[in-house]
Ligand binder design. Structure first.
Ligand code: HEM
Length: 128
C-alpha cells in the first residue's frame, strides 16, 4: 500500500474515532446541538478520506504521486477548519463563517484534486 493511502487511513481513523466519541458525548448529555458537525466529521472526515485512500491504493503505477499528496493535504486541512466552523455555528459563535466558508472551499478543492487524480488514472490506465 502506498504511503499516501496509509496517511489517508491514519487521518480518517483519527477523525472517525473523534466523531464517534463526539456522538457518544452528545448522547450522554442528550444535547444534540453539534449533530451536524458530528455528521460532517464522520462523513467528510472518516468516510471520504477512507474512500480516497482506498482509491489511491488500487491505482498501482498510474497513481499521480504529487496530486495524491496535494489531495491528502487539502482534504485533511479542509476538515480541520470546516468542522469546527460548523460546531461554532451551532453554538452561535459570531466568527463561525470565518471558518465555515474557507473550510468548505478547501474541502471542495480537495474533492476537485481527487477528481483530477481519477481522470489522470483513467487516461494513464491502458485499455484492458
Ligand atoms: C459510536 C458512534 C456514534 C455515535 C455514538 C453517534 C451519535 C450520534 C448522535 C447522538 C446524533 C444526534 C441524533 C439526533 O439528532 O437526535 C448523531 C447524528 C448523526 N450521526 Fe452519528 N454517531 C456515531 C457514529 C456516526 C458515524 C460513523 C456516522 C457517519 C459515517 C454518523 C453520522 C451521523 C449523521 C449523518 C447524523 C445526523 C445529523 C443531523 O441530523 O444533522 N454518526 N449521531
Amino acid at each position: 500500500m502506498p504511503k499516501v493511502s496509509i496517511a489517508f487511513f491514519l487521518v480518517a481513523s483519527i477523525f472517525g474515532l473523534g466523531g464517534m466519541a463526539w456522538g457518544g458525548y452528545m448522547g450522554a448529555l442528550e444535547d444534540f446541538t453539534w449533530r451536524d458537525a458530528h455528521a460532517h466529521l464522520n462523513l467528510v472526515g472518516w468516510t471520504t478520506l477512507a474512500l480516497m485512500g482506498t482509491f489511491y491504493s488500487l491505482c498501482g503505477a498510474a497513481r499521480p504521486k504529487v496530486l495524491s499528496w496535494i489531495n491528502f493535504s487539502l482534504s485533511t486541512i479542509g476538515v480541520m477548519i470546516f468542522v469546527p466552523g460548523l460546531a461554532m455555528i451551532a453554538s452561535g459563535a459570531p466568527d463561525a463563517l470565518m471558518f465555515v466558508i474557507p473550510g468548505s472551499l478547501i474541502v471542495m478543492l480537495g474533492m476537485a484534486t481527487f477528481l483530477a487524480s481519477v481522470i489522470t488514472v483513467f487516461i494513464r490506465k491502458p485499455t484492458q
